[in-house]
Design a protein around this ligand. Structure first.
Ligand code: ARG
Length: 588
């Protein structure tokens, strides 16, 4: 709900009391955005809902409310329509004052959260020595955007990378490392074993083919768990190498995330099992320690257990998540914990959330949220792969987006006979290429699968990053052409809203806070994308009226007023895109 709706709601509450008595103080006016702008901006449906209670015709009720409603500062006189809707149309003078207010506000009218709190966003979270795949890319992009939005709202956000840096696979990797790089284990130098993913594959082949090697690998697991110095050293080398590879991607994407991998919680795992035991939830089942779940059954319809300790004494992914959850509540004092992973892990989250709740570890004021997302598919609608059928390396994927942008850009420069420096071209290609990948991901409803298509994401005409970036650069072009310093447009510059396209643009500019507040709740960044796309379209409609003559070529005071609208559009785009992790370009 935005500030205007809030004010209207307040007036309705007073009108209801005045018309029907104090009992009607808490009644919801059912105020919604008008379905058709022809009828105004808002519509209140309260009269219909009160018909039974008051035993009167809705139209009669609507009239009684309208007679007592004092909204003259905000709206034109209310109109009653249909069976008893109360239609409200905002006054241009009110909108002008609102636009002036956001123009003077560095936050563009978006207040900080009423109760800022500690929130954790657990995102990206790739696995050491394994591929950082497109699923992790989605998690990284979506998680970063959610974190940016929460930070902007003033929350104290802890961005956590729950890296998969522990587990039995390390036995095999360390045993293999000893075989092929014995020297790496005795020197203090950083390891360079080239492509870690192919190293993993070779280690796995070796493991599958040789029983003696399997035994060595198992011993390494035991040594790792016991903290044997040389094994820990080897483990650290592997982690370090992966970390460097992940960092290349984070740098390219301009993403900041703090590593706190699974291994961090190791010392806490025995305590988890003990406490579950104490709370009476633990059941031994064929040597494994587990908690039976409600609402989860196997194929035979029998209740499913969540195994927290295997019969060999080892712990599971879920045990670590239980420990992490407790740590985040007790030590980090998080009030909301958000996990961004593919929808395939939904059961995992529902299950360990349930166990933690049953164990009484989740205080009432702590919210746990799994933010699931769909798959990335190739243009054939199948799993996203390279032409030769391999998984796509993220680095290659991002480089490809950049190089395609570069090709398009160079062709355009040639066509327009423009000379630009190498530096300019590189920067534009990188910003647009990376933004295109991010925006393509964020603009989808995250719960659905989406098809990865370079052509679509780089299209200058669709709901894409290039479209948004061009819209922004276009506004900056206006300031260059008119030699206007937007920042010098005074805060008291008078805004006049007369033409339909001006009113439409102004009303839209005023909706930013509502959109951001919605995303804060439902964690759906695509809503912000849609908003920015609509805003760009509304701007183009406003600006294209007489080819922009009505802006730079207009007489004062209209010229300044319209330039304020241009500037506000640019600032809104810049802010909104920054919350999606997208940087703008002043000139393309
Ligand atoms: N490492 C996991 C994976 O690659 C994601 C971890 C997500 N976070 C968590 N707390 N479970 O699928």
């Amino acid at each position: 709900m935005n500030a205007t709706q809030e004010k209207l709601k307040h007036q309705f509450a007073q009108a209801l009391v005045a018309a029907f008595g104090a009992d009607y103080a808490g009644v919801d006016p059912i105020l919604v955005t008008a379905s058709n702008p022809k009828f105004g901006d808002y519509q209140a449906n309260v009269a219909l809902s009160l018909s039974k209670r008051l035993g009167k015709q809705p139209r009669q009720i609507a009239t009684a409310i309208a007679d007592n409603l004092d909204v003259s500062e905000i709206c034109e006189p209310p109109e009653i329509a249909g069976p008893g809707f109360i239609n409200l149309k905002l006054k241009p003078t009110y909108l002008e004052a609102q636009i002036n207010a956001i123009h003077a506000d560095s936050r563009l009218g978006v207040p900080t959260a009423k109760t800022p709190q500690r929130e954790i966003v657990d995102f990206s979270s790739p696995n050491i020595a394994k591929e950082m795949h497109v699923g992790h890319l989605r998690s990284t992009i979506i998680g970063d955007s959610i974190a940016r939005i929460l930070e902007f709202l003033g929350h104290d956000v802890l961005r956590l990378n729950h890296v998969g840096d522990w587990g039995t696979q390390f036995g095999m990797l360390i045993a293999y490392l000893r075989e092929v790089y014995p020297e790496a284990l005795t020197t203090a130098n950083a390891l360079d074993i080239g492509d870690l993913v192919s190293f993993y594959r070779k280690a796995k082949q070796r493991f599958d083919a040789d029983e003696a090697f399997q035994e060595t690998a198992r011993q390494e697991v035991v040594k790792l768990q016991a903290g044997a110095e040389d094994t820990i050293h080897a483990w650290k080398l592997l982690c370090e190498q992966s970390r460097h590879e992940f960092q290349v991607i984070y740098d390219l994407l301009d993403v900041d995330v703090k590593e706190r991998g699974e291994s961090f919680y190791n010392p806490l795992l025995p305590g988890i099992v003990e406490d579950l035991e104490k709370s009476g939830l633990l059941v031994e089942n064929q040597g494994a320690k587990c908690v039976f779940l409600e609402g989860f059954t196997n194929r035979e319809g029998e209740p499913l257990p969540l195994i927290v300790q295997k019969s060999d004494g080892g712990y599971n992914y879920a045990t670590t998540d239980l420990a992490a959850l407790r740590y985040r509540i007790q030590k980090d004092e998080a009030k909301r914990i958000i996990y961004v992973t593919d929808a395939g892990q939904s059961n995992h989250f529902a299950q360990f959330f349930q166990v933690a709740r049953k164990a009484g570890w989740i205080p009432d004021d702590v919210e746990l949220i799994h933010v699931p997302f769909g798959l990335v598919l190739g243009e054939d609608g199948k799993k996203f792969k390279t032409r030769s059928g391999d998984t796509v390396r993220l680095r290659d994927l991002l480089d490809e987006a950049i190089s395609r942008t570069r090709t398009d850009l160079e062709a355009r420069l040639k066509e327009e006979q423009r000379e630009e420096t190498e530096e300019f071209i590189n920067n534009v290609a990188e910003v647009i290429g990376i933004s295109a990948v991010k925006y393509a991901d964020l603009s989808q409803n995250r719960t659905s699968n989406y098809i990865f298509s370079y052509d679509k994401m780089l299209d200058l005409k669709g709901n894409t990053a290039p479209y948004m970036l061009y819209a922004y650069a276009r506004v900056q072009g206006i300031s260059r052409k008119g030699e206007i310093n937007f920042e010098e447009l005074g805060n008291n510059a008078k805004v006049i809203l007369e033409h339909e396209t001006e009113l439409a643009l102004a009303k839209y500019l005023l909706q930013l806070d509502e959109v951001i507040n919605t995303v804060e709740q439902d964690l759906m960044p695509n809503r912000l994308c849609e908003y920015l796309y609509e805003l760009s379209k509304k701007f183009n409609q406003f600006y294209d009226r007489n080819q922009g003559v009505q802006v730079l070529g207009a007489e004062e005071p209209w010229r300044t007023s319209r330039l304020v609208l241009c500037n506000l559009t640019a600032r809104t785009l810049k802010l909104g895109l920054s919350l999606l992790g997208i940087q703008v370009l002043e000139r393309i």
